[in-house]
Design a binder for this molecule. Structure first.
Ligand SMILES: *[C@@H]1O[C@H](CO)[C@@H](O)[C@H](O)[C@H]1NC(C)=O
Ligand SMILES: *[C@@H]1O[C@H](CO)[C@@H](O)[C@H](O)[C@H]1NC(C)=O
Ligand SMILES: CC(=O)N[C@H]1CO[C@H](CO)[C@@H](O)[C@@H]1O
Length: 292
């Protein structure tokens, strides 16, 4: 291939990457989606929402924990059927429909009961846990399950579970704050033999606040062998020292992104934006300008 032809091909590939692989602009939804400002979430520059507080019960059923004063926990999938009600399903589905920038919807969970359920009855398609995740995916039009394990850290059951979810049709993502050895084993094993765009673990949301305040995204990128999406905690009155104003978020994200190109950026969390009367638009604009 002659030099100018090669250059053209490379330029074209660069163009394609920019045109079709938009950066990730994410926010964790800590507030009960039935009472949060979903219009603002859909129209403030975010393209990825991660619903926090979904968990598996010991029998494999799935719960949506409210985390919001005045709201109650809701059983959402039981024995292979969606049981969370139409109002909740319609609300969750609405994130990706109508006037919206959202094209990716994830649920975030810890690893409670995963090891036990993967040991028995295992990850088979006829198990209650498999069928529940299948029913929930359809009811909520979900794209991925996000692993926010902060205590159990069992590699083999995590990989088995990730592969089970892959069979159901989910992508699997992770939200580490520490223990890079564990996470790098999970990524390596779950993605073994897979290539873009078919990776099972296709996103890393890296906590860069609180316990993860010292995290360096570039360091994690080289440890994990994939790009990461650093997260900062918006202004909050429970741990003010961990709060990040709009101006500080801009400084952090642009600094990190200059150090090593990132997959995008994101925030923990919508509850605090609303409680502290902050602006979704201002936080969203930081992401659209740095991660177009
Ligand atoms: C929700 O956010 C939008 C801005 O996107 C704002 O116009 C509206 O007033 C907010 N609604 C509530 C109930 O706060
Ligand atoms: C669970 O679902 C299976 C398959 O649909 C059904 O055969 C079984 O009776 C259900 N069990 C309960 C306790 O509802
Ligand atoms: C996500 C989170 O931990 N938010 C906290 C912010 O602060 C209030 C207290 O003022 C807590 O209720 C929230 O849980």
């Amino acid at each position: 291939m002659r030099f100018h032809t090669l250059a053209k091909v490379l330029l074209f590939e660069l163009f394609i990457q920019h045109a079709f692989a938009a950066s990730i602009r994410s926010i964790y939804l800590f507030k009960d989606v039935m009472v949060s400002n979903t219009t603002a979430l859909k129209t403030s520059g975010f393209n990825s929402l991660i619903m926090f507080g979904v968990g598996i019960l010991d029998n494999g059923d799935i719960m949506y924990y409210s985390n919001t004063p005045g709201s109650s926990d809701v059983l959402v999938a039981s024995n292979g059927t969606y049981v969370g009600g139409d109002a909740l399903a319609n609300k969750v589905r609405s994130f990706k429909t109508g006037t919206t920038g959202i094209n990716r919807l994830e649920i975030s969970m810890n690893s409670q009961h995963v090891r036990e359920l993967m040991a028995s009855p295992g990850p088979g398609a006829s198990t209650r846990v498999y069928r529940n995740f299948q029913a929930l995916k359809t009811a909520w039009t979900l794209d991925a399950v996000n692993n926010d394990d902060e205590s159990i850290y069992d590699v083999s059951s995590t990989v088995t579970f990730a592969k089970m979810l892959g069979q159901v049709g989910y992508k699997y993502t992770i939200a580490p704050y520490t223990n890079s050895g564990f996470w790098s084993s999970v990524v390596k094993q779950a993605n073994n033999g897979l290539k873009e765009p078919n990776l099972l673990v296709d996103r890393v949301y890296l906590q860069c606040y609180d316990g993860g305040a010292g995290n360096n995204p570039a360091g994690w990128q080289s440890t994990l062998g994939m790009k990461v999406v650093p997260l900062v905690w918006v202004t909050n009155d429970s741990k003010p020292s961990q709060g990040t104003t709009v101006a500080q978020a801009r400084t952090k994200f642009s600094g990190w992104n200059q150090g090593a190109a990132l997959a995008g950026g994101g925030y923990w969390n919508d509850y605090d934006i609303e409680k502290m009367k902050l602006s979704y638009t201002d936080y969203g604009n930081v992401l659209t300008s740095i991660f177009p």
